[in-house]
Design a protein around this ligand. Structure first.
Ligand SMILES: Nc1ncnc2c1ncn2[C@@H]1O[C@H](COP(=O)(O)OP(=O)(O)OP(=O)(O)O)[C@@H](O)[C@H]1O
Ligand SMILES: [Mg+2]
Length: 406
């Protein structure tokens, strides 16, 4: 005999009806096929009822009501619970998780992914921000280098990993060149010092930059490598570069949701995504795919950056050249905050071509101000989730330093 999900039904095992706790213990063995953790641990078991004649009713809260894997969860629940003596029938009812339940489940899954990931050269104390977008040309690289520069001008040490292997542009935008050095089998990043403008007496900031552009002579050579080493290259950048101490690591991702993004999620599950989009509302649909990828790989979306927002003329007049509302619409759709609106500014583009990011060359321009505000927000308001191992490690480290000084 088979039930509607195709699972074989065995004759019930004799015995008195089990308690709801007995049932929950069995359910702990049901693994959510998407999040790879027990449905009990993920808080998906809403309710368990057992009637005196051994009929069990389990209410399972799904991440989304239409979850395509619900049939699989149901048959797993049924076969596990039927293994308990005294169970005569198992009924599975579906519900949908509340926002809060979902957040808790994702936090749990993220924590687990981090536990499972092999260590890389990126220290646990480094906050990783990956800059992503659904399509190309929306300003990921511009956001990466300017945000990195703005963070460094606060006296922070900031890594910049150009993970756009064949479309690398970070070296040109930051005006950094030269082959990467190395010692003892490890690659050393190229570095640029950035004056501390937040506290002029404070320590200077530092950018540590790694890009395919430092390994090949031109973009043509990089193209020839395409497919052969692409995902491996990012893996090597994470494993073989001696990154050392860094407050932040910013990763400029290639557009879309391909292998590089998935590899990053696997290797650095602590990464938080900044999703860049343009104000055109149509662009939002493509960007939503990035958020879907983030959910599937348990990455947290820290915020949406709308780039090329209205152009502010010297007269103060504003022009929405590329439309408006795209950033807000995307943020609402994926339940993430809209953290910045970077205006369209011709000098931003010029700064990229001359290797002087606008955040450093014209910090008081509208775009310059927007990047510095984004940096301040990330440092002060959008602090990493408390569960982040690096956070605790950093607090302990600071406490140790303070103790050593007294
Ligand atoms: N706010 C802005 N104002 C004016 N020009 C901008 C702005 N943002 C980006 N640009 C220009 O738009 C072009 C694309 O930007 P950028 O290279 O940063 O995008 P990208 O998303 O990294 O592109 P790709 O997908 O090709 O890597 C560049 O020429 C850049 O200088
Ligand atoms: Mg780019």
């Amino acid at each position: 005999m088979e039930d509607d999900s195709g699972a074989a039904i065995h004759a019930p095992l004799a015995g008195p009806a089990p308690s709801p706790d007995d049932v929950r213990r069995m359910l702990a063995g049901v693994i959510d096929p998407e999040l790879h953790l027990s449905i009990v641990e993920l808080g998906m078991v809403d309710d368990v009822e057992v009637s005196p004649d051994g009929k069990v009713k389990v209410k399972v809260a799904l991440t989304t009501a239409g979850c395509p894997l619900r049939g699989q969860i149901k048959s797993e629940v049924q076969s596990k619970v039927r293994g308990l003596p005294g169970v005569t029938e198992v009924d599975v009812e579906y519900g949908e998780m509340t926002q809060e339940q979902k957040a808790t489940a994702m936090q749990r899954a993220r924590w687990q992914a981090r536990e499972d990931a092999e260590p890389t050269e990126v220290l646990a104390t480094t906050r990783v921000l990956a800059v992503a977008s659904g399509k190309g040309g929306v300003g990921k690289s511009s956001v990466t280098v300017n945000l990195a520069a703005a963070l460094a001008s606060r006296g922070l040490t900031v890594g910049v990993l150009d993970a756009d292997i064949w479309g690398f542009s970070v070296p040109r935008m930051l005006g950094v060149e030269g082959r990467l050095g190395g010692a003892e089998g490890k690659i050393h990043p190229n570095t640029v010092e950035v004056p501390n403008t937040l506290d002029t007496n404070g320590p200077a900031g530092l950018l540590k930059v790694v890009s395919m552009g430092f390994l090949v002579d031109d973009e043509g050579t990089a193209l020839m490598w395409r497919g052969l080493i692409l995902t491996k290259a990012v893996e090597q950048f994470l494993n073989d570069v001696r990154w050392g101490e860094m407050d932040y690591l910013l990763i400029d991702l290639p557009p879309g949701t391909g292998d590089i993004q998935m590899g990053l999620a696997r290797m650095l599950p602590q990464s938080e995504l900044l999703v860049v989009t343009t104000p055109a509302v149509a662009a939002q649909r493509v960007a939503v795919r990035v958020a879907d990828m983030a959910r599937r790989s348990y990455l947290k979306v820290v915020g949406v950056v709308e780039n090329m927002s209205e152009f502010v003329a010297p007269s103060g007049e504003r022009f929405a050249v590329f439309g408006e509302g795209g950033g807000k619409a995307l943020a609402d759709e994926i339940s993430a905050p809209l953290v910045a609106q970077i205006p369209l500014e011709p000098s931003l583009s010029e700064g990229s071509d001359t290797g002087r990011p606008i955040a450093l060359s014209a910090p008081d321009s509208p775009a310059g101000v927007a990047f510095h505000e984004l940096a301040a927000q990330l440092v002060d308001d959008l602090a990493p989730p408390i569960e982040m191992a690096g956070c605790t490690a950093r607090i302990l480290e600071l406490a140790d330093q303070a103790a050593a000084k007294t």
